[in-house]
Design a protein around this ligand. Structure first.
Ligand code: SAH
Length: 285
């Protein structure tokens, strides 16, 4: 996918690979406050999914000098569009959900985000003021971030939640300037095994293509009924998101699915352009 070329914000630009995504924000003042929170921490890559009103006077007034972040903000029509080329997606949530997901605290999230952002775009997703992110949206995420607030009053104002995350990202960056990865604090925040991986991580678009294909095959072989789904796809999504699939793994899984369809004689019915057996590199299989 085309990656937008973003002009730099300020001299101390942090990392444009880190994308703050706001979903269906209803108060444009919050968008301005988010821009300010970001710029304070040297972040400038803001994506807005269907904002109720943007750009407008209120957002610029609340940005208090971070108008350059608003000027370069990307407005898109769907969350998929905002995540398409991201290799790591983290969703923020004020409360627990029915099917628990890997939940991490802000400092650990910042460490993982920065590690990935050295290579490819990373998204931190924030929900609506009135009802947060939907289960479906949260299921597009590898991790959920929970700011450990008062359990009896857990929901922060949107821009405050963004501020906490941007602060943690900033702290991580500053510590890395001081001590790099030798610092024991930093080391404990970096996941083992991700450094020096031999294959590029799969993008959110690749992963969604795989989930669509998987669901279709499960329907084809009568394992899954779309009209009585229970939590099958949710649990499978959680399983595969936990594995943080790389591109080769996606190719292999899709190849297997296509082979199952051929063997079950359902491939004619369901074959789509993107569901053909992909080429596999024997050295990697
Ligand atoms: N009433 C909503 C909360 C909306 S607050 C709900 O119950 O889900 C708006 C957004 O701010 C949330 O979607 C989330 O992105 C972020 N947020 C607020 N409090 C948070 C917390 N304690 N931890 C993580 N994110 C939080």
């Amino acid at each position: 996918m085309h990656k937008p070329a973003l002009p730099a914000v300020g001299a101390d630009t942090f990392n444009d690979q880190i994308r703050i995504v706001l979903v269906e924000t209803s108060h444009s003042g919050n968008i301005g406050a988010v821009a300010r929170a970001m710029k304070n921490m040297s972040l400038g890559n803001l994506w807005l999914v269907n904002p109720q009103s943007f750009p407008d006077e209120t957002s610029y007034a609340r940005s208090a000098g971070a108008s350059d972040v608003l000027d370069r903000a990307r407005v898109v029509g769907s969350l998929d569009e905002a995540l398409e080329d991201c290799v790591l997606v983290m969703g923020t949530s004020a409360r627990g959900r029915k099917v628990p997901w890997p939940v991490i605290a802000p400092p650990a999230a910042a460490g993982i985000a920065r590690e990935y952002a050295g290579k490819e775009p990373v998204a931190l997703v924030f929900g609506r003021e009135n009802h947060g992110l939907s289960n479906d949206e949260l299921q597009r995420c590898h991790y959920h971030i929970h700011i450990p607030s008062n359990p009896d009053y857990s929901s922060l104002n949107l821009s405050m939640a963004v501020q906490v995350m941007c602060y943690e990202l900033r702290m991580h960056y500053l510590r890395s300037l001081e001590g790099g990865k030798e610092s024991p604090y930093l080391k404990s925040m970096v996941e083992p095994g991700d450094e020096g991986w031999d294959v590029a991580p799969a993008t959110a678009g690749d992963v969604e293509g795989f989930f669509d294909h998987l669901e279709q095959v499960l329907v084809d072989v009568d394992f899954h009924r779309r009209n009585n789904p229970r939590q099958l796809m949710t649990r499978l999504r959680r399983l595969f998101q936990r594995a943080k699939l790389d591109q080769m793994e996606i190719n292999i899984l899709r190849g297997i699915l296509t082979a199952v369809q051929k063997s079950a004689g359902t491939n004619d019915k369901t074959n789509r352009d993107d569901a053909s057996v992909p080429e596999q590199d024997e050295n990697h299989v």
